[in-house]
Design a protein around this ligand. Structure first.
Ligand SMILES: Nc1ncnc2c1ncn2[C@@H]1O[C@H](COP(=O)(O)OP(=O)(O)OP(=O)(O)O)[C@@H](O)[C@H]1O
Length: 257
């Protein structure tokens, strides 16, 4: 039986105060347990769409429902930004505990959940370290642990690995896939990278700009995702198909710069 939609965007439009029409008539339905990437040229509204799903921005037209409620109207959703956005004066433990503290939990009550979240990202031994003592990849892991500590059903990620070197990015790609599988999450992931979107996703939503909208909705092949997969003909062929779809959304100005 098909799962009911967990996220629905229906005729969504976003016009900013300065008149920019970022999205027009965006329609999309995401089911529980999917891993969906938003891929598209710079400025096509990927982040805007993600922020509206999170309830951080309001649509100027249309409707967005998440977990059966209006977007932003309730828990079960976590957000990971491009920067780890950690509190530099607080330990890894305290950074990860923040969402629980905001919900009124004390240290003792929160301990088991924080430890579990740190375990998920392999940072158990770094609970008392400070952000300045960590590499960029480790800081991003802390940020992911902070997002996971509330046990969300939906994880929204806005280009989380764009600033990391390639090997770290590959490693974190695998970590996120493991979380997705083990925790039964739904993930919506914004990226500029065809290779990253094809590797991670069960579905790639290719967006076009001026105004932003969904241009292609491409199911990805099923099967294991591991370092071997990156070297297969199937992966290369899927990347080619997605690249063509992406290029079709761009005008010459976009392609040449
Ligand atoms: N707060 C804002 N006020 C006005 N315009 C905005 C605002 N935020 C985004 N925009 C505009 O809306 C459009 C979509 O922006 P958005 O950041 O969602 O695109 P994107 O696809 O995520 O881009 P990138 O890949 O470069 O991050 C762009 O034209 C952008 O300049």
């Amino acid at each position: 039986m098909t799962q009911p939609a967990q996220i629905t965007l229906s005729h969504v439009e976003k016009r900013f105060g300065n008149g920019t029409l970022a999205l027009r008539d965006m329609n999309l339905s995401i089911r529980e347990g999917e891993f969906v990437s938003f891929l598209g040229p710079s400025g096509c509204g990927k982040s805007t769409a993600l922020r509206m799903i999170a309830g951080l921005l309001e649509p100027s037209g249309g409707t967005i429902t998440v977990n059966g409620r209006e977007a932003g109207d309730g828990g079960d959703v976590s957000f990971v930004f491009q920067d780890a956005t950690l509190m530099p004066w607080a330990t890894v433990f305290d950074n990860v505990m923040l969402p629980l503290k905001l919900r009124g939990l004390g240290r003792a009550e929160a301990r088991a959940q924080v430890e579990e979240a740190l375990g998920m990202v392999g940072l158990t031994k770094f609970a008392s370290s400070y952000p300045r003592e960590l590499s960029g990849g480790m800081k991003m892991r802390v940020s992911i642990a902070r997002a996971m500590v509330t046990k969300p059903r939906l994880l929204l990620m806005d280009e989380p690995f764009a600033a990391l070197d390639e090997m770290t990015r590959f490693k974190l790609n695998n970590d996120v896939l493991e979380l997705w599988r083990k925790q039964g999450l739904t993930v919506v992931f914004v990226t500029h990278s065809v290779f990253e979107s094809v590797y991670l996703s069960s579905r790639v939503v290719v967006m076009g700009s001026r105004p932003g909208r969904v241009v292609h909705d491409l199911p990805m092949p099923e099967g294991p995702r591991d370092e071997h997969y990156r070297t297969t003909a199937r992966y290369a062929e899927t990347c080619r198909i997605v690249t063509e779809a992406l290029e079709g959304t761009m005008d010459h100005v976009d392609i040449n710069h």
